[in-house]
Design a protein around this ligand. Sequence first.
Ligand code: NAD
Ligand code: UGA
Length: 438
Amino acid sequence: MKKITVIGTGYVGLVSGSGLADFGNNVTCVDVNGKRIKSLSSGHIPFFEPGLTEIVERNTAAGRLYFSTDVIGSISEADVIFIAVWTPMDSDGSADLSAIKDVSKTIGENIKSYTLIATKSTVPIGTGEIINSIISEHAPQRTIFDVVSNPEFLREGSAVRDFLLPNRVIIGTDSDQAIEIMREIYRPLFLNETPFIFSDIPTAETIKYASNAFLAVKVSYINELANLCDATGADIHVVARAMGLDGRISPKFLHPGPGFGGSCFPKDTRALIHSAEAEGVELKVVKAAADANEVQIDVIIKKLEQLTGNSLNDERVAVLGLAFKANTDDIRESRAVVMVDYLLSREAEVAVFDPAAMSNMKQLYPDLDYAESIESAVRGASAVLVMTDWNEFRGMDLAHIGELMDKKVIVDAKNLLSREQLAENGFAFEGVGRPYNG
Ligand code: NAD
Ligand code: UGA
C-alpha cells in the first residue's frame, strides 16, 4: 500500500485526503496551520461540509488517516505527495503561487527516494514545470521523482460525494510509472469505470481552468439573459428550463442570481485571463463573463433601492444568507458579503442570518446584528434580501414574516420564493429575471 501525504488541509486537501483513505490508501494530512491540525487530531472538522465528519472518523478509526504538522517528516516518508495548498488571487489577477513554490522547495529538500508529486491545487498552465524545476534544484542528486497534474473538480457543499464519485479523473504526466501509481491509488474508481483522461501536464492544467471558466460563462450568460427578461417581462426560469432540455446546452448552471462567488470562479477566471494575456491571447468570452459578474450585484442593489425609495440610512435591512452558496459556511467572494458592504456604506442597520456561515462572518464583521433565526433577523426590518439558496429560506412562512417586518419589502436575489405567495401577502418584491405579471 502506498504511503500518501497530502499537504494543505482545506476543503480540497481534507476531502481528498479522507477520500483517498476511503479508497484504502494510507494517508497523512499535513498543514502549517497548527491549530487546524490540532483540532483535526481531536476529531473536530474545521469547516462545514456535509458528510466530511463521517468519512474522517471512519478512516481515522480504521487507521488509514492521520493528521500532522510535521511537513518535513511526512514528505520524507511518503511514496506519493498531493499538493493541496491555496493559490489565491494576487493583486494583478494572477494566481499567487507562493505556497506552491514554498512546498515544492520543502519537497525537494526532503524526498529520500522515488516520490510522485501530484498537484491538486488549481494552478496556471506551466506550473507543473515550475514545480519540477524547484524540486530538481533542491533535491539530492539522482533522487528520482515525477510530477503529475491531478486537478480536483469537487464542489463545496457536495465535496465528499464529488470526490468519491467523480465524473472524471484527470492524470497529466509524461511518466508511465506515475500513471501506474495513480491508477493504484484511484483503484476503486478505475474499477468502477469512472472515465480517466490521461494527458501531458499542461493539458491537464488547462482542463481545470477551461472547466471552471466555462461554468462561470454559463452563469454570467443566464444572469445577463435574466436582466433582459426583467426588461421585457419574460420569465427566465421558463427560458432556462426550455434551453436546458436541449442536451447540447444542459439544464445545469442556468440559475440566475446575484453573480457567482466562492473561492474559485472569481479567482480562476481572472487567473486564466491573466495567463492567456501573458501568452498574447485575449480570452474575450471569459473576460466578459468575469466583468459581467462584477456588476451583477448592482442589479440587485438597484432593485433594493427602487423598492425602498432609496432610503436605507438607519433602516434595518435583513440579509438572509451569507455563504457564497447553500450547504457551505464559506463566505469567500460571497455576493452576500458585497451586499453587506454596500448596506454598511449606506449606513443601514444590517441584520444577518445564515444556517452555517455566521461564525466566519463574525470574524470579519463583528458588529453586525447576528440573528438566531430568520424571524429575529426580519423583525422590524424595512427590507429583506435573500442572498443564498439555502433550502430553509424556500419554506419561509411569508404571512408571518410580513407581520414581523416594518415594511413588506423583499428582494429575492436567488428566486427562491413564490411570487404568487409574496403578492398574496402584500409584499413589494423583486426577483431576478422573473417579473410578476400577477
Ligand atoms: P483552503 O484555503 O481551504 O485551504 C488551503 C490550506 O493550505 C490551508 O489549510 C492552509 O493552511 C494550507 N497551506 C497554505 N500554505 C501552506 C504551506 N506552505 N504548507 C502547508 N500547508 C499550507 O483552500 P482550498 O479551498 O482547499 O483550495 C486549495 C486549492 O484547491 C486551491 O488552488 C483551489 O483553487 C483548489 N480547488 C478548490 C476547490 C474548492 O471547492 N474549494 C475545488 C477544486 C480546487
Ligand atoms: C466550483 C465548480 O463547480 C467545481 O467543479 C470546482 O471544483 C470548484 O469550483 C473549484 O475549482 O474550486 P464551487 O465554487 O464549490 O465549485 O461552487 P459552484 O456550485 O460551482 O458555484 C459557484 C458559484 O456560482 C456560486 O456562487 C453559485 O451560487 C453560483 N451559481 C452556480 C449560480 O449563480 N448559478 C448557477 O446556476 C450555478
